[in-house]
Design a protein around this ligand. Structure first.
Ligand code: ADP
Ligand code: MG
Length: 786
């Protein structure tokens, strides 16, 4: 038994350890008070097979009191299990048996409780399982609901994200606004500070100003007095002004009179020239007749001399004969007897005296002749003298006339400049070409007419369209029969201006076939029909020669280019293909640049120094060739491009150190016909659009310049290559002339009307007063040409 008891503690200890472990694990402090826990612990103890428990002398506190509802605590069970039987007498089995019985009773009670407890547990277990199933069902439902909720939430999240993004954007915007606001705030602060500072200074100023005010008040009083005086002065000035206005009117009248006088002078001059020519012719005939007379006189003098010699001989002969006669008479006397021979001698004598008579007759005739010839010589001499006088008179007259001519020219120049000043520097000439044999036969006379009133003579043009008459007037209208020379005379003054240092532009505007190229270049192969460009250059070179004596030396440079579809082509380039290729791949070629002093430079453009008309005509030929090459290669006509001839002139007067820089631009514009008429498509369309664009930019520039005079707008020079190239020559200090060329063909009436309308608008423009570009020589002032 003892070994039985001794063996038990390790088992109990094991149980204790387990329970202790469990307790620690679950963190339960006491089993008492919590029925379930207590039950679990006790159940453990029982399951651990402690059914053969020993007897205990200390029964549980409530053991045996209530059989059915006895509750065991853990201590009770432990106390029950660790109960030891102690006996006074080891062999008192009866007592031991009783004790054991008691112990067993208690154990049974305990077991019974345990079993009840187990039943409870089973019931509990069932209930819990039901509850679990229920809760699982609920859980599944919940999960479903959750999933739905989650989807809903996801949707909401997406929406929220979107709104988040938009909000972020808004935020960014707001932030930038805020930054801007901050910036402006800072600026405002600064300005406020500045204001405060200025306020301070202003208040100082105010103080000063108040002081000044006082003094000013005093001054005002004195000024008021002065004002009264000035008012009086003003009224007198106004009087003076009205007087001046009258003077201006008078001056205008005198200009008109001057113009009339000018034309009278010019007429006078031409008649004088005619007179001079006829007189010179007369003079030469007189000279010839005088020479003839002199020759005759010489011959006569010669004849007279020979006659005289003859006479002398005859006289000698006579004297000799007389002496012979005397001798013979003496002989007769001496030899009276020689009577026979005397008759002979008498006969001889008679014949000889006859001879003598005839000879003296001859002599008399010769003398008469001599006298006559002497007379005629005298007459021719007097005539010659008279002629000489007449010639001298005529010379004086001519000198007078030339002086008058020079004076007239000076007056004309002055009047020209006055007219320009009054008119502004844009002028418009209209030229109507004659009907050509190839033209469609339309009677020009009926379509285009020229008013003959004194006011509109040479300045007006009327054109009929659909039975309606449209009248225009320009600075000059050239009728079809007016020659190239007639046209040039009118612009020679302008060309002269280029030598005087002005920038000059002359345009030819009009539809294709209206005579632009004819006007500018003339007819190839007909030197007498050459156009403005060759004539201008001739004049320039002539004038250059005559100005040499006044100390002027000029340098000239020529460039020629073509603007086709807004692309510049160099017409003097020697290797055209290479340059074109380069041009294609390098947009920088032929870039237009203006420097600060108003000089224009076109990169890579050929510029040639020239000093004679011959050189220029060679260059013109080269350019014409270049143009025609372009024509065949691109299958185009030259009339689809603008041709720009530029002559740069830089003159230097060594004696006065004066310097001038002039530019002469002569431009043959592309045909101005409108899109509808040419029925263009493709390349043609593009080209026509380019032409229309550049022509309209040209007019825009001209109109803007006219407006600018009234201080409006900017001038759109950059809208086309042409206007940008000519920018310095179109501004306020240059002279511009536009030829509007008109074709008389009936089919061109529409285009002609368009051209005339355009020209009339240009004609109405007033752009400033031209200015000469002169300067005194300095190291840097040579013309930059390029
Ligand atoms: P555009 O250059 O305007 O196209 P052109 O100058 O080529 O016109 O002239 C067309 C034709 O008319 C040419 O044959 C030209 O010789 C002739 N022509 C133009 N103007 C005159 C004129 N004033 N006198 C004689 N013929 C002219
Ligand atoms: Mg042409």
């Amino acid at each position: 038994m003892a070994s039985n008891n001794q063996n038990k503690p390790p088992k109990k200890l094991g149980v204790d350890e387990v329970t202790c472990d469990k307790e620690q694990k679950f963190g339960a402090e006491k089993m008492v008070g919590t029925a379930n826990n207590a039950r679990i612990r006790q159940a453990f103890s029982v399951v651990n097979g402690i059914q053969d428990l020993g007897l205990s002398s200390n029964p549980a506190s409530n053991a045996g009191s209530e059989c059915g509802t006895i509750e065991f605590t853990r201590e009770d069970v432990e106390a029950l299990l660790s109960e030891k039987m102690r006996y006074k007498n080891k062999f008192n089995y009866k007592e031991r048996c009783e004790n054991m019985m008691d112990y067993i009773k208690r154990l049974r009670l305990c077991i019974k409780w345990f079993q009840e407890l187990e039943g409870d547990y089973a019931f509990e277990h069932e209930r819990l399982r039901n509850a679990l199933e229920l809760s699982e069902q609920k859980c599944a439902e919940m999960e479903l609901a959750l999933r739905n909720k989650e989807e809903e939430l996801n949707l909401i999240i997406v929406e929220l994200r979107k709104s988040f993004a938009s909000l972020q954007e808004k935020l960014a915007k707001e932030e930038s606004d805020k930054l801007a606001a901050l910036d402006s705030l800072a600026r405002e602060k600064e300005t406020r500070l500045n204001m405060e500072r200025s306020h301070a200074s202003l208040s100082e100023d105010l103080g000063k100003a108040q002081e000044e005010l006082q003094s000013a008040n005093q001054r005002i009083a004195s000024i008021n007095d002065m004002y009264k005086l000035l008012q009086e002065y003003n009224s007198s000035l106004q009087h003076y002004n009205t007087k001046l206005q009258k003077d201006i009117d008078a001056a205008h009248e005198s200009i008109k009179r001057g113009e009339k006088e000018k034309s009278a002078i010019v007429e006078n001059l031409s008649t004088l020239r005619g007179q001079y020519k006829s007189l010179q012719e007369q003079l030469s005939t007189y000279k010839a007749s005088q020479d003839e007379a002199m020759r005759q006189k010489d011959a006569l003098v010669h004849e007279v001399a020979s006659m005289r010699v003859e006479l002398q001989q005859v006289r000698d002969d006579r004297d000799h004969q007389l002496s012979q006669v005397q001798a013979l008479t003496a002989e007769v006397i001496k030899h009276k007897e020689l009577a026979v021979s005397s008759e002979d001698l008498e006969a001889r004598c008679a014949s000889q005296s006859n001879q003598i008579r005839s000879l003296s007759d001859q002599l008399a005739a010769a003398e008469e002749k001599l006298e006559v010839s002497d007379l005629s010589a005298l007459e021719t001499k007097t005539e010659f003298e008279g002629q000489k006088k007449l010639i001298n008179e005529l010379r004086n007259h001519l000198e007078d006339a030339e002086y008058k001519l020079i004076e007239g020219e000076k007056l004309r120049k002055r009047l020209h400049n006055t007219i320009l000043e009054l008119k502004g520097n844009i002028r418009v000439f209209c030229r109507v070409r004659p009907l050509l044999p190839d033209d469609s036969s339309g009677s020009e006379g009926k379509l285009i007419s020229y008013p003959t009133t004194t006011e509109a003579l040479g300045r007006g043009i009327d054109i009929m369209q659909n039975g309606q008459k449209h009248s225009f007037s320009f600075d000059r209208v050239f009728m079809p029969d007016e020659s190239q020379e007639d046209v040039f005379v009118e612009i020679s003054q302008l060309v002269q201006s280029a030598l005087d240092g002005y920038k000059v532009c002359i345009f030819a505007y009009g539809q294709t076939g209206s005579g632009k190229t004819y006007t500018m270049m003339g007819k190839p192969g007909h030197p007498d029909l050459k156009g403005l460009i060759p004539r201008s250059l001739e004049q320039i070179f002539q004038t250059r020669q005559s100005l040499l004596s006044q100390g002027w030396k000029y340098e000239m440079q020529v460039s020629m280019l073509e603007i086709y579809n807004e692309t510049i082509r160099d017409l003097l380039s020697t290797n055209r293909d290479a340059s074109r290729l380069e041009n294609a791949c390098n947009g920088k070629q032929y870039a237009i640049k203006h420097d600060a002093s108003g000089n224009t430079h076109v990169t890579d453009l050929t510029v040639v120094d020239v000093c004679s008309t011959k050189e220029v005509s060679y260059l013109l030929d080269r350019a014409a060739h270049s143009r025609s090459v372009g024509k065949t290669q691109m299958n185009e006509q030259s009339s689809r491009s603008h041709f720009v001839f530029t002559l740069r002139i830089s003159g230097l007067n060594e004696s006065t150190e004066q310097q001038v820089q002039g530019i002469l631009n002569l431009i043959d514009l592309a045909g101005s016909e409108r899109l509808s008429k040419s029925g263009s498509t493709g390349d043609r369309l593009k080209e026509t659009q380019a032409i229309n664009k550049s022509l309209s930019s040209l007019s825009d520039v001209i109109f803007a310049l006219a407006k600018k005079e009234k201080k409006e707008d900017h001038v759109p020079f950059r809208n086309s290559k042409l206007t940008y190239l000519l920018q310095p020559c179109l501004g306020g200090d240059s002279k511009t002339l536009m030829f509007v060329n008109i074709s008389p063909e009936a089919s061109s009436v529409g285009e002609s009307l368009c051209s005339l309308r355009f020209a009339a608008r240009v004609n109405a423009c007033e752009i400033g007063t031209p200015r000469r570009q002169t300067s005194m020589r300095s190291s840097e002032s040579r013309l930059s040409l390029g």
